[in-house]
Write a protein that binds this ligand. Structure first.
Ligand code: HEM
Length: 489
């Protein structure tokens, strides 16, 4: 006769074995990959994160489409330019879902653009694209806003008088001010405490989402919701951001008139009114708050980090810095740079593209889900399967770039020195979830970077001889904090 504890052990072993056999059974129909362990899947092999180096190594063993298990959930990884394009570009619509982990679900409630799905995502994304266009993307109003912000940035750099300083906050302040002007209709002065607090809240949330606390929350949401820890801080900071935005929405409601809408909030309030009678409308103030968070969250850190990398690379490769400056001088002769000028500045344009390629700030990219069954490279992927288009493997694909591990603007130039695009240039991803702010980011990077290159020569501080171009892996690939000297030209 078995004792109760022996019976429990046998029962538990049976349960674990059945669960594991189910996982092994599922692997049959999925692309190949390392054998998953019970419960943790391949998390051990991955060192509990989706690191570009580990994912590329796995592709060498299992091919350009393979499966890894994040616990008990399979993730199909597309590796290299061809696989990624065969997936997210060729099946743009079928691969347009977004898996939303528990912490993000609780923070954003499945609203907005980035972490939304289905009808909400479609309507909010379409609104976002239309509004950015209406507010002047490609027209002069936004461009003059960026030029104005670039001049403020130069003034702030000038106050450093060529002494070593960390440029990150000035860059962030300028980039975030562009989003602020678009969303709220105003910019903030440099030392504004409210703005500093808002940016601090965004930092906290982004940092926390990338931490192991967030992974614990995703694994045990029912428990983590009730216990203290840094994850609770994310909710406090999200409230802080929403409170500020709610106040701004109220101010906009009071000030509104029949005049032209001036910013995202104006356009959104109009949209709520226009779609009031449509039962399938998702336009409401909760979605508006999430859209604001998405635009700040996705649009500030990404562009700021790209500029940080840009300045660091110019210090690391002074010959390239000088060639950019010579081109700017000979073409613009000191006049204010505008986006249209990129057509006459092929080298500068190539350098900016190479910064985005080489820095690869989005690392491996952000997972998607299949919203219907589809076939990619002879493998059937069922609805709801999670898929990762590994952007790192595209930006560093040895089939597409001559010497991918070297910073080389020639990657974007033909033999006559004309600008040349490469289909493996995908820092903004691709398909129907491609970065919503790509055009805005391109405008900002071109005008900010070129204006800084026109105004300063960047050098290492006296006595420092080495440039550290190694990245810190957080939610994005960021440079280590650094100081440089900006000597006015
Ligand atoms: C250098 C700058 C930027 C880079 C490298 C970048 C990169 C990306 C990437 C890789 C994605 C994920 C796409 C996918 O699902 O595969 C994304 C999504 C997104 N980005 Fe950007 N981004 C940048 C700037 C911006 C800016 C300035 C904004 C806003 C004004 C923005 C707004 C968004 C939004 C809203 C999404 C979610 C799109 C969706 O899910 O439909 N990004 N971005």
């Amino acid at each position: 006769m078995l004792s109760l504890s022996e019976l429990l052990v046998i029962l538990l072993t049976c349960l674990i074995s059945i669960k594991y056999l189910k996982v092994l059974w599922a692997t049959r129909s999925l692309p190949p990959g390392p054998i998953p362990f019970p419960f943790i899947g391949n998390l051990w092999t991955l060192s509990f994160k989706l690191h570009p180096v580990i994912l590329t190594k796995l592709a060498k063993s299992y091919g350009n489409i393979y499966t890894i298990w994040l616990g008990e959930t399979p993730l199909v990884v597309l590796n290299g330019c061809k696989s990624v394009r065969d997936g997210i570009v060729a099946h743009s619509d079928a691969l347009s879902g977004r898996p939303v982990a528990s912490l993000l679900k609780d923070l954003l409630g499945g609203k907005g653009i980035f972490m939304a799905n289905g009808r909400t995502w479609k309507q909010q994304r379409r609104f976002g694209l239309m509004t950015l266009k209406n507010l002047g993307l490609g027209k002069s109003s936004l461009e003059s806003q960026i030029q104005k912000e670039a001049r403020c940035m130069v003034d702030l750099f000038t106050t450093k008088k060529g002494e070593p300083f960390d440029p990150s906050y000035i860059l962030e302040h300028s980039v975030a001010n562009i989003i602020s002007a678009l969303v709220y209709g105003h910019r903030f002065p440099f030392d504004d405490i409210t703005f500093k607090d808002l940016l601090k809240s965004y930092h906290y949330i982004v940092e926390n989402i990338g931490s192991s606390w967030a992974r614990l929350y995703d694994a045990f949401p029912w428990l983590m919701r009730h216990i203290p820890g840094p994850h609770q801080g994310s909710f406090r900071h999200m409230n802080h951001l929403n409170e500020y935005s709610k106040k701004q929405i109220e101010i906009h409601k009071e000030k509104r008139s029949s005049e032209e809408p001036q910013d995202v909030i104006d356009y959104y309030l109009d949209q709520i009114e226009k779609s009031r009678d449509y039962t399938d409308s998702t336009f409401d103030e909760e979605n508006l708050l999430a859209v604001i968070t998405d635009l700040f969250g996705a649009g500030t850190e990404t562009t700021t980090i790209s500029l940080q990398w840009g300045l660091l690379y110019m210090v690391a490769f002074p010959d390239i810095q000088q060639t950019v400056q010579k081109e700017l001088e000979s073409v613009l002769n000191g006049s204010q740079v505008c986006y249209e000028d990129r057509k006459h500045l092929p080298y500068t344009n190539a350098v900016i593209h190479e910064i985005l390629r080489y820095a690869n700030i989005a690392a491996v990219g952000i997972p998607r889900t299949c919203i219907k069954d589809l076939r990619v490279r002879n493998y059937s992927l069922q609805k709801d399967t999670m898929v990762l288009a590994n952007l790192d493997s595209v930006l560093y694909d040895p089939q597409c770039w001559k010497d991918p591990n070297r910073f080389n603007p020639q990657n974007f130039l033909d033999i006559d020195g004309n600008f040349l695009m490469n289909e493996a240039f995908m820092p903004f991803s691709g398909g129907s979830r491609v970065c919503l702010g790509e055009q805005l980011a391109r405008f900002e990077l071109f005008i900010f970077f070129s204006t800084l290159m026109q105004s300063f020569s960047f050098h290492l501080p006296e006595g420092v001889n080495e440039v550290n171009t190694k990245a810190i892996y957080k939610m994005t690939l960021q440079p280590n904090p650094y100081k440089i000297r900006g000597v006015p030209r």
